[in-house]
Ligand binder design. Structure first.
Ligand SMILES: Nc1nc2c(ncn2[C@@H]2O[C@H](COP(=O)(O)OP(=O)(O)OP(=O)(O)O)[C@@H](O)[C@H]2O)c(=O)[nH]1
Ligand SMILES: [Mg+2]
Length: 366
């Protein structure tokens, strides 16, 4: 008897940059395709990738498309979204302030989807790192307070234009009371990099060893940015989505990319004035912010799920489920894999809907 081969369609994987879209999907694809391997990469996805995830000896499959999470891929995301069969949103469990950006990416697609019962699910990543940081939160606080003290005394050295290539520096001075966001982001990234990595080589982000499980160079940067945001205050408050958009514009720190808040705010005019961080912040305060504002727990995930469900009458979504996983544990990959399979099965239940038909402006006007 001839076997039936089912292609369940294309599944779009969205979420804020550095959340783990490429890593998660590549690991899933590698389970059935031995030529695939996930290699840690300092650069983010350019445009998109096409990765085949299959079940039943390859007879039931989908193409998963992790779209680059940075803001510059917004139009591409919408264009690809209009022909995708389902959405998986990726949320980083170590930077929960950025979740709203992932949700925004998913909903930007649903405005172009002519479907009801459209399958959506979310995968919360970096469970391993969430655990490591929780148990090391005290050390994070102390390391950063030390980093600020060093920066005041000796100034800050950083590298731009590629990994550790062109060296640059800035002074803070001993009497500084408020540190601007751009500089604080670099101080935190430097302090954590110095504490949690060894053997880093200029020009080669793949060399060097992590000293804290799962805390990659990319994770160090995404986390430093989220923590700087968590510690900051803004004199002229900006719009939350504009701020998150601005922060999601680049993968390295702003200074490593030779940019800063003042330049970026021209692109995100609603983001408000550059946030500042009190220079005398204590290790305990940092610790509290990490635990309250950055690291997600079960309640955060359930609240997010409620938000998603509340939106479904507008979006046409049918929420299929969620998992909180680490891509470095088989158990996590098993869960993600079952979830993807469930999404693929749900695809056949989505229905064409009238409500999203776009009006024709020419017809309306004449
Ligand atoms: N510790 C830990 N790190 C993870 C996990 N999943 C992803 N990462 C790390 O997160 C970083 C970013 O992962 P990517 O897969 O490149 O993120 P992305 O969402 O594709 O990012 P863009 O392509 O920029 O949109 C990498 O250093 C990954 O190794 C996880 O479960 N645990
Ligand atoms: Mg990617």
């Amino acid at each position: 008897m001839q076997k039936k081969i089912i292609n369940a369609g294309r599944i779009l994987v969205v979420g804020t940059q550095g959340g783990g879209k490429t890593a998660t999907v590549t690991k899933l694809a590698a389970r059935t395709d031995s030529s695939m391997e996930y290699l840690e990469d300092f650069a983010g996805t350019i445009e998109t990738e096409y990765l085949k995830v299959s079940f039943d000896e390859g007879n039931f499959y989908s193409l998963l498309l992790p779209i680059g999470g940075q803001e510059k891929w917004a139009k591409l995301r919408e264009r690809f979204g209009s022909t995708a069969e389902a959405i998986v949103a990726i949320l980083d469990s170590c930077t929960k302030q950025f979740w709203i950006n992932s949700l925004q990416q998913a909903s930007s697609i649903s405005s172009v989807l002519p479907y009801n019962n459209y399958p959506i699910s979310f995968i919360v990543t970096k469970k391993d790192l969430n655990d490591s940081i929780t148990s090391d939160a005290d050390t994070f606080g102390e390391t950063i307070v030390e980093g600020i003290a060093n920066a005041k005394r000796e100034g800050v050295t950083y590298y731009s234009r590629g990994f550790r290539i062109s060296q640059r520096s800035f002074e803070l001075g001993n009497n500084i009371e408020k540190i601007p966001f751009t500089q604080m982001e670099q101080i935190i990234a430097n302090a954590l990099e110095q504490k949690y990595f060894t053997g880093l080589e200029p020009g080669n982000a793949r060399k060097g060893r992590m000293l804290l499980g799962g805390f990659s160079l990319v994770n160090c940067r995404i986390f430093s940015r989220a923590l700087t945001l968590g510690l900051s205050q803004q004199e002229e408050p900006g719009d939350e989505l504009a701020i998150l958009g601005l922060l999601n514009d680049m993968r390295p720190t702003m200074l490593e990319l030779d940019t800063n808040w003042t330049d970026l705010v021209r692109k995100y005019p609603k983001a408000g004035s550059e946030p500042i961080i009190p220079a005398d912040i204590s290790a305990d305060q940092i610790n509290d912010i990490i635990l309250e504002k950055l690291l997600a727990n079960e309640t955060d995930i359930i609240n997010f799920e409620e938000e998603l469900n509340k939106m479904s009458h507008l979006t046409g979504w049918r929420h299929v489920g969620w998992e909180h996983i680490s891509i470095f544990e088989e158990e996590g990959l098993d869960k993600a894999s079952s979830l993807v399979r469930k999404i693929m099965e749900t695809i056949s239940q989505s229905e064409q809907a009238e409500k999203f038909i776009l009006f024709d402006p020419i017809d309306e006007l004449f």
